[in-house]
Write a protein that binds this ligand. Structure first.
Ligand SMILES: [Ca+2]
Ligand SMILES: [Ca+2]
Length: 476
């Protein structure tokens, strides 16, 4: 009798192991909005409080040199989900989510990442901001909704321009009033359910996108007087080409000089840090739910932000530049087959997520993907990797980020070159020195030469505005 019991126990255990080994892993994708490297696994700001980012990073591998392909919400997300570079799709700025597939021949022929998973037996679901305005284009089978950027006070607190969402302050009273709270709750609910297929669950948070409003308790985590502003060199952009100062200043946001004059820089940084801590807490709720679910051991988690953000560096408070602050993003993978506590310094792009997730899930490759699987780096973060990350800001304005350099070439042929070995702040443009010609020549070879024109569906006022800016740059 005892022998039989042991026999059946062994058979049962073995079949569990085999079925787990062969079951397709679930995917839990967590998207952040306008989050730069101010999270503790990346160390971009010394006062950031992000225990849940740390927790996820300890469970998996963080990329410390990961970059967006477009430094703006809509085109970055379009690139992630189509698997196409902006230079392939022509989606350099916003197109309507429902028109993603109409933007160009290339986007028409693409298969959105979630559709690919669905075609291969996955249930797709999610909530919050995934594409620019949520989850249009039938991105997901089950969608928990999206409520824009949350409640706003009757009057702005600090920054009065009506042409930007930029403002900050302690508001509203409770987390429960924040859309991100409910986005996290959707994921918590889904993780508590039984699913009969492997799932692709996508969670899109809004913060720290402007307006920087979160409840007061998140501001109270850091004493305002102690807040450190980021490194700043007045007239930093004086050695950048003229076109840089034109195409990188499209938003009517505060300048650093304005913040200094009005004594508001610390306050603004404080508000961004408060938003980051708030969203870290929402992330923690989702990670708690995963860990206490039956899916804990068979789920790949990937966390990303759509682009970075300048909080005053280079006299800029915005995204929409091809500098480090605007292109660098958190990118963390965790789950079966991924090195725990790994740190990878190789360049990576958000565009690489699509092929990486396919490989991790054991699905076939999608030959249309412009990115490449990062699985070799997730197994061994030291793997040799000679693939730079590219960022596109309009046709033929391209940044190339290698482990050491940032090289930028604009459509008028002007250039910038920064050596991160000696100049992490990108203060000293080396492109004008003949000594750097061989480096520039080498890096320029990575830039696609046949970049797609901007799609005619890129939305007003961006398209016309862009052409006007570029014409102005040519005549500068
Ligand atoms: Ca964004
Ligand atoms: Ca400079």
């Amino acid at each position: 009798m005892m022998n039989n019991r042991i026999y059946f126990f062994l058979i049962f255990t073995l079949s569990c192991i085999l079925s787990n080994a062969t079951a397709a892993p679930n995917i839990l994708m967590i998207a952040m909005d306008d989050l730069n490297d101010w999270v503790s696994p990346l160390g971009g700001h010394p006062q950031t409080i992000t225990p849940n980012f740390d927790r996820l990073a300890e469970q998996g591998t963080r990329f410390t040199n990961a970059h967006c392909q477009a430094p703006l919400c809509g085109p970055s997300r379009a690139s992630i989900f189509t698997g196409l570079n902006p230079a392939t799709s022509g989606i350099y700025v916003h197109v309507k989510d429902d028109e993603l597939k109409k933007a160009s021949e290339a986007s028409k022929n693409s298969t959105l990442m979630t559709h690919f998973f669905k075609q291969h037996g996955y249930k797709t679901m999610g909530a919050g901001k995934l594409l620019h305005m949520g989850a249009g284009a039938d991105l997901l089978e089950d969608y928990g909704g999206y409520k824009d950027f949350g409640p706003k006070p009757a009057e702005r607190f600090k920054y009065k321009s009506e042409n930007t969402g930029t403002d900050w302050g302690a508001y509203p009273d409770s987390d429960f009033q924040m859309p991100d709270y409910h986005v996290a709750s959707y994921a918590v609910d889904q993780l508590a359910k039984t699913h009969d297929k492997p799932f692709f669950l996508a969670v899109g948070f809004n913060r720290p996108h402007v307006p920087w409003y979160v409840p007061k308790k998140w501001f109270d985590k850091i004493d305002l007087e102690s807040v450190e502003t980021p490194p700043y060199l007045k007239d930093d952009l004086a050695d950048a080409p003229a076109i840089s100062r034109i195409i990188h200043t499209m938003d009517p946001t505060p300048s650093t000089e304005w913040l200094i004059e009005n004594g508001l820089w610390k306050e603004m940084v404080h508000a961004y840090l408060a938003c980051v801590t708030f969203v870290d807490h929402q992330l923690g709720r989702v990670l708690d739910a995963l860990e206490s679910s039956p899916y804990a051991d068979n789920t790949i988690v990937v966390l990303w932000s759509d682009h970075g953000y300048h909080l005053g560096e280079k006299n800029i408070v915005a995204k929409m530049t091809v500098y480090e602050e605007s292109t660098q993003v958190p990118l963390i993978f965790a789950g079966p087959g991924i090195t725990e506590g790994g740190t990878c310094e190789r360049p990576a792009g958000l565009i690489d997520m699509y092929p990486t997730l396919l490989e991790l899930a054991g699905l076939p490759e999608n030959p249309q993907n412009d990115g490449r699987s990062l699985v070799p780096l997730l197994s061994n973060p030291e793997t040799e990797w000679n693939h730079p990350a590219l960022t596109f800001w309009g046709m033929n304005n391209t940044a190339v980020r290698t482990e050491r350099y940032r090289y930028i070439r604009y459509e008028d042929g002007s250039e910038e070159l920064y050596d991160h070995l000696n100049d992490d702040n990108e203060w000293h443009n080396l492109a004008n020195s003949p000594d750097t010609k061989s480096v520039r020549d080498k890096l320029s070879q990575y830039i696609p030469t046949d970049q797609a024109p901007m799609s005619s569906l890129c939305s007003f006022p961006w398209n016309a505005y862009w052409r006007e800016k570029v014409e102005a740059a040519k005549n500068y």
